[in-house]
Design a protein around this ligand. Sequence first.
Ligand SMILES: Cc1cc2nc3c(=O)[nH]c(=O)nc-3n(C[C@H](O)[C@H](O)[C@H](O)COP(=O)(O)OP(=O)(O)OC[C@H]3O[C@@H](n4cnc5c(N)ncnc54)[C@H](O)[C@@H]3O)c2cc1C
Length: 176
Amino acid sequence: MEKPIPLATMLPIVIVYLFSLHASCAAPTTESVHETFVDCLRNNIKTRSGGHGFEGRSYISDEPFIMLDMFNLRNITVDVQNEVAVVQAGATLGEVYYRIWEKSDVHGFPAGECHTVGVGGHFGGGGYGNMMRKYGLSIDHILDAKIVDVKSRILNKESMGEDLFWAIRGGGGASL
Ligand SMILES: Cc1cc2nc3c(=O)[nH]c(=O)nc-3n(C[C@H](O)[C@H](O)[C@H](O)COP(=O)(O)OP(=O)(O)OC[C@H]3O[C@@H](n4cnc5c(N)ncnc54)[C@H](O)[C@@H]3O)c2cc1C
């Protein structure tokens, strides 16, 4: 039988903004998503970056859930000399474009058209936009990534291995 469309979707029990972790975690950095925290929240966590996922996987559930909101992890560093930028998952595409534009009139980054889409979900799903024909997808230009795995390890391209690095660039949200 077809599942009935719910009249209202469940709201998160708790929304965790990562800056608030600093009080309870050791280091006030992005990497403070450490063991204790991951242990606490292992069950039914949803990660939200820009909240633009069409399926609502970052903010809707049939079951009680905790939302891990990347909103405050939105730092962007642009190194024009080396043509590299370091972007945190909570930044929006508009912020990425703006920070690049601040540094250069001739550089850009191929990604989506909607400036309020979040980097976290967008890069996880591929990222197509106006520059696609010439420059491809966002994921074609991702050189490295830092992730926290279910064992609370902080991994980069080298330590996560080729397969996982490939999967996080295009596998899509909530698929890993
Ligand atoms: C108005 C609008 C315009 C769009 N335009 C384009 C476009 O031009 N090109 C294009 O390619 N796409 C476009 N999209 C699609 C958009 O790129 C995807 O829906 C993307 O997943 C949204 O990312 P988000 O971080 O904003 O959403 P969220 O809802 O926060 O996340 C989407 C999914 O990714 C997961 N996720 C988010 N952040 C993380 C993280 N840090 N770590 C692990 N998982 C995470 C979430 O749990 C969820 O499952 C558009 C969407 C909208 C609503």
